[in-house]
Design a protein around this ligand. Structure first.
Ligand code: MN
Ligand code: MN
Length: 461
């Protein structure tokens, strides 16, 4: 063999996805991305993502799961965990004793949550105080239009759904300092330039007619009461989230990318969901899709991936087949579907080019996450990564390896460790993202679509 033949035989040379994708797949990719953008626009919070997923699941013939329900191969069920986490399953032809194929993504995204006592007036302007949720760069959340979505639970048990600023409604904003007076602020580090306690939403300036004090605050509260039927005290039992007032848009002159709030991790959540919907026959192994909450703050709580709600759901399914859940889990495979950082040439010094995911190279497989020597990572086995290569290559999935930044440059985690702790073989994979956790993140359409194809390959193999 000559050098060229040797090169082809023994060297690894990944190619850009556009040099590998077929024409038919490209058309399918555009359709898929239209559906994804619509999903993002309908789901600005974890609750809205669950509601929209359920709406679509019902259209696809999924039934609400009830404990003890008799299930046959091909049956499709879903279980909403408190409206904030969603578990879906398509029952396979094989016994649950032979394991399941799980995809686990998260649908919570970084944002500004209202504090329990948020509303105040200062200098005849009304504001709402926030406590940020997840890892945000605070300076990115000022001077952009925001909406406020969520629920207010009244003491009598009534729950009011709130979407302030949706559609053509007026928006909210957190202000920044003008450059003319910003020289002292400008000397601070990026992390300190905007303090957490400065992330206050401007919500009104017109006073209510009369002689009372704090008439601007009063006018705001009057409007909220008239529109939604809650009072200031009811903020105490509310979950209201300020999110960017921006729908998903195409990016680039070639429209090859999508810019939006919440790609992390709805881009994988939608891929996992849509692939489950699009299964064209009953899978061999039961296919399970998990859309979890609270990943951005450690996967904790009743709706995070560490919750027993997942174990209970799996145990209930297993009991229906008189299978021990532990046996089911030890034979299961989970794709922890979460985004990774895409290589950004504008910030080259924090990436290690040979091991970073690149835009348009397909779904990014991540053997390990974590930080400072893989701390907190589940670190998938060589055998498991080989399994993923096999099923992805065998099903025309364009994929690449992904590592989040240089060694010791930082790091991050996913739900993978919590699935692996349950004795489930787990591998991380997902869409590479530019400007992750920003109010406006960017992904490539090809990578979104290939992540969907990857989810399909997981369910079908
Ligand atoms: Mn994520
Ligand atoms: Mn994240």
């Amino acid at each position: 063999m000559d050098a060229k033949e040797w090169k082809e035989k023994v060297l690894y040379s990944p190619k850009n996805g556009y040099d590998r994708i077929t024409e038919a797949r490209r058309r399918d990719m555009e359709d898929y991305c239209k559906g994804y953008k619509a999903y993002l626009d309908a789901g600005k919070t974890e609750r809205e993502c669950v509601a929209e997923a359920i709406r679509q699941a019902k259209e696809q013939g999924f039934q609400p799961y009830e404990r003890g329900m008799a299930l046959a191969p091909g049956d499709k069920v879903y279980l909403s965990n408190r409206g904030k986490m969603l578990l879906l399953a398509v029952i396979g032809r094989k016994s649950l004793a032979e394991g399941t194929r799980i995809t686990a993504a998260h649908i919570d995204s970084p944002r500004l949550d209202l504090k329990p006592n948020p509303l105040y007036e200062d200098s005849e302007l009304a504001y709402l105080k926030t406590h940020y949720y997840g890892g945000i760069r605070k300076y990115q959340w000022v001077t952009i239009p925001l909406e406020l979505h969520g629920v207010v639970a009244l003491a009598d048990g009534t729950v009011k759904t709130v979407a302030i600023g949706a559609g053509d409604e007026p928006k909210l904003v957190v202000n920044d300092l003008l450059p003319h007076l910003g020289s002292e602020q400008g000397k601070k580090t990026l992390n300190d330039g905007i303090a957490g306690e400065q992330l206050n939403l401007l919500v009104g300036s017109e006073p209510l007619e009369g002689e009372e004090s704090e008439r601007v605050k009063l006018a705001v509260m009057k409007r909220l009461y008239e529109k939604y039927g809650f009072t200031e005290e009811d903020f105490i039992s509310a979950e209201l989230e300020a999110v960017p007032a921006q729908n998903a848009v195409d990016i680039g002159l070639d429209a090859s990318m999508i810019g939006a709030y919440g790609h992390d991790d709805r881009v994988c959540g939608y891929a996992a969901l849509k692939a489950l919907f699009d299964l064209d026959r009953t899978p061999d192994h039961t296919a399970v899709c998990v859309l979890a909450d609270k990943e951005e703050i450690g996967s904790v709580g009743v709706s995070g991936m560490q919750t027993a709600a997942f174990d209970t759901f799996m145990a209930d399914l297993c009991e229906g087949q008189e299978v021990r859940v532990r046996q089911c889990l030890e034979n299961s495979f989970c794709l922890s579907a979460d985004v990774s950082a895409a290589y950004d040439p504008n910030f080259a010094d924090v990436y290690e080019k040979r091991n970073s995911a690149r835009l348009n190279y397909g779904v990014g497989l991540c053997k390990y996450t974590g930080s400072r020597g893989k701390g907190g990572a589940s670190d998938a086995s060589a055998e498991l990564v080989a399994y993923a290569r096999r099923i992805f290559d065998g099903n025309g999935v364009i994929w690449q390896m992904a590592e989040l930044g240089k060694v010791d440059a930082g790091g991050g985690g996913t739900v993978a460790a919590y699935m692996a702790n349950r004795n489930i073989d787990t591998l991380d994979a997902g869409v590479p993202v530019l400007a992750m956790h920003a109010p406006f993140e960017v992904v490539s359409k090809l990578d979104c679509y290939m992540t969907y194809r990857a989810m399909m390959a997981v369910y079908e193999n």
